[in-house]
Design a protein around this ligand. Structure first.
Ligand SMILES: Nc1nc2c(ncn2[C@@H]2O[C@H](COP(=O)(O)OP(=O)(O)O)[C@@H](O)[C@H]2O)c(=O)[nH]1
Ligand SMILES: [Mg+2]
Length: 363
């Protein structure tokens, strides 16, 4: 027998799993220990994080650069859904988040239009580019939600849309001639707009979040928070959090999916700050010689990105700068997986689909 050593047990990463700046980050296993600090004494050898000795440079650390180049070339999809009564600032907030007119101002209906009987679903895609990285952003708007006289089951069209996207993805996956890259239209994140009433959540809010929190990542936010005083805002946030807890609503980031202690401590801070009390605006003003996004009122300018004015920056950093990839992963590994397992268990499994779209027999 050879003197093979058993596989080593690798310790948990010593650096953040989600570094804020991808370009400057290295995986922990790629951080070489200075030469000569370990036993063995090979000149030019490195110790990997697990303790094994690398005899000279292999180039494992270039994987990050390779991944970066590939992502730069192909770009990636991000699909965001906004839900809440009309006039709560959904379109404005999406434009504020992406600093461009990615959402039409009033996707609702004009006063003299015939009022639709159900919630509409409108998906609009844009390609955004920053630092050479392309992102295909799809904004799914849900005009009509909560606006009808009878709001019973008004979550149904939304739930149907979410499941239809899972179904599309699943059909592509089981197709005999699969696409190299399956277009991803699955909703990665659903921002739920709570009206800044200062009272309680409405039963519609609770019902919606309860029903959909198992099929999509829900992030509740308090809309138009410039309409509340600091004390009102604080009190309302606490009350909403308590009500969400009492209703057993699991919003994103869900506790059960924290991967390690570091994840838990980062996510605990976010969970304590949810629902973010935000203000949106796509208008710029000059404040102290700088151009800022803000809302001009008779008593001053509310600066949306100023953390002393509102929690928009917290939401933006969380959604785009630290958790965007995780939102996609939770969608794929948890929500989609649940849907997939359920579908494949139904009727003895989903029949594979041939390239011309006709279903083939499993026999
Ligand atoms: N006070 C205040 N008004 C806002 C805010 N965000 C949007 N608005 C205004 O509210 C109105 C409705 O906004 P819109 O984005 O079309 O709402 P939607 O129907 O939910 O998409 C517009 O006049 C916006 O300028 C906010 O954070 N605070
Ligand atoms: Mg709108």
């Amino acid at each position: 027998m050879s003197d093979q050593v058993p596989p080593e047990v690798r310790p948990k990463p010593a650096v953040p799993a989600k570094p804020p700046n991808v370009a400057s980050s290295l995986p922990p296993s790629a951080i070489p220990v200075p030469i000569g600090t370990h036993n063995g004494g090979h000149a030019g050898s490195h110790r990997s994080a697990g303790g094994s000795i690398l005899l000279g440079y292999i180039g494992i650390d270039t994987i990050i650069e390779q991944m970066r180049k590939k992502t730069m070339k192909t770009g990636f999809d991000f699909n965001i859904m906004v839900v809440g009564n009309s006039g709560l600032g959904k379109s404005t907030l999406v434009n504020t988040l992406f600093k461009s007119q990615v959402s039409r101002r009033s996707a609702g209906w004009a006063r003299d239009d015939k009022i639709p009987k159900t919630v509409e679903i409108k998906a609009v895609s844009h390609v955004l580019e920053e630092g050479g990285v392309k992102m295909k952003l799809t904004v799914v708007d849900t005009p009509g939600f909560g606006d009808l006289i009878n709001n019973d089951n008004c979550w149904d069209p939304i739930s149907k849309y979410i499941n239809e996207q899972y179904e599309k993805f699943l059909k592509e996956e089981v197709n005999i001639t699969r696409k190299k890259r399956i277009p991803d239209t699955r909703v990665h994140c659903c921002i739920y707009f709570i009206s800044p009433t200062g009272h309680s959540l409405r039963s519609l809010d609770i019902e919606f979040m309860k029903r959909l929190s198992h099929s999509v990542n829900i992030i509740p936010i308090i809309a138009k928070s410039d309409t509340m005083t600091i004390e009102e805002r604080l009190e309302f946030k606490q009350r909403v959090r308590k009500e969400l807890e009492m209703a057993g609503i699991e919003f994103y980031p869900q506790k059960e999916f924290d991967e390690d202690m570091e994840d838990k401590s980062d996510n605990d801070k976010i969970r304590e700050a949810i629902p973010f009390a935000v203000v949106g605006s796509d208008k710029e003003y000059q404040v102290n010689g700088k151009r800022v996004l803000g809302r001009k009122t008779a008593w001053g300018i509310v600066e949306v990105e100023n953390p002393n004015h509102c929690e928009f920056a917290l939401l933006r950093d969380f959604l785009i700068r630290s958790h965007l990839q995780d939102l996609k992963e939770v969608t794929h590994n948890i929500h989609y997986e649940t849907y997939r397992a359920k579908r494949l268990n139904e009727n003895g499994g989903l029949h594979p689909i041939s390239s011309n779209g006709t279903q083939e027999s499993n026999l």
